[in-house]
Design a protein around this ligand. Structure first.
Ligand code: SAM
Length: 217
């Protein structure tokens, strides 16, 4: 992988580690999707999911993909920069009887070396652009891989979210972690999709998350 900007597996794997993945899995098994995950899945379903393919960037344990399989999605690809989720994700897919329909790839950053990643009908990024330094580039690459829709979540850019993420970044620095969080400009992210030929259909709220849904015009 061309890790030109230092966005590598170590940076993400150290933070999004076995413990983080275990917490996600336990929560999902007990309570199903979070409200924000449900909203992301609904936005894909609204665009028509039966028989379609889904590419999820940074999909973690794959909970949204499992939901979309339940609504008729035919195939999914998950890209991750942390290897910590793989065993749990594969177990969940096997339990759902969908292991053969899902491909999981660790270590390919769509924004940098996505040329060999297949296009899909729907591209999803939940809680990912706020972990990535160049959200505009990542969304442009996502749009280039989406035949129909891009649905992504992001935090609102307020003083509160910037302060929250800023404090988190200070703690990361003190712990010697390379990982940083970001509160990118929503307008710049929506414009990246518009420049790629997409129309923003809706921006919904789910807790503090904003869920933006766009379709190819
Ligand atoms: C906060 S976690 C969210 C995981 C999952 N989407 C969820 O909501 O449970 C962010 C994830 O995005 C991944 N990530 C960040 N940038 C990425 C990229 N360019 N390609 C693939 N994964 C990425 C990280 O490795 C991390 O696992």
């Amino acid at each position: 992988m061309d890790d030109c900007c230092g966005h590598g597996e170590a940076r993400y794997g150290d933070v999004f580690d076995e413990r983080f993945a275990g917490d996600l899995e336990r929560r999902y098994r007990r309570r199903g999707l979070t409200r924000a995950e449900q909203r992301v899945a609904e936005r894909v379903e609204r665009a028509g999911v039966a028989g379609t393919s889904v590419l999820e960037v940074g999909g973690g344990i794959g909970a949204i993909q499992l939901e979309l399989f339940g609504h008729g999605a035919a195939h999914s690809i998950n890209l991750e920069l942390s290897p910590a989720y793989e065993g749990r994700a594969r177990a969940l897919l096997a339990e759902a009887g969908r292991a053969a329909d899902a491909r999981r790839i660790v270590g390919i950053d769509l924004a940098i070396d996505g040329d060999d990643v297949p296009v899909a009908d729907h591209v999803v990024l939940h809680r990912v652009v706020c972990c990535y330094p160049d959200a505009v580039r990542l969304l442009a690459a996502s749009a280039a891989h989406a035949r129909r829709t891009v649905v992504f979540s992001h935090p609102p850019r307020t003083w509160l979210t910037r302060a929250f993420v800023g404090v988190g970044n200070v703690m990361m620095r003190l712990r010697g972690e390379q990982y940083r969080g970001y509160v990118h400009s929503p307008g710049a992210m929506y414009d990246a999709l518009r420049r790629a030929g997409f129309t923003i259909d809706s921006v919904d709220r789910a807790g503090w998350w904003r869920i933006a849904s766009a379709h190819r015009a």
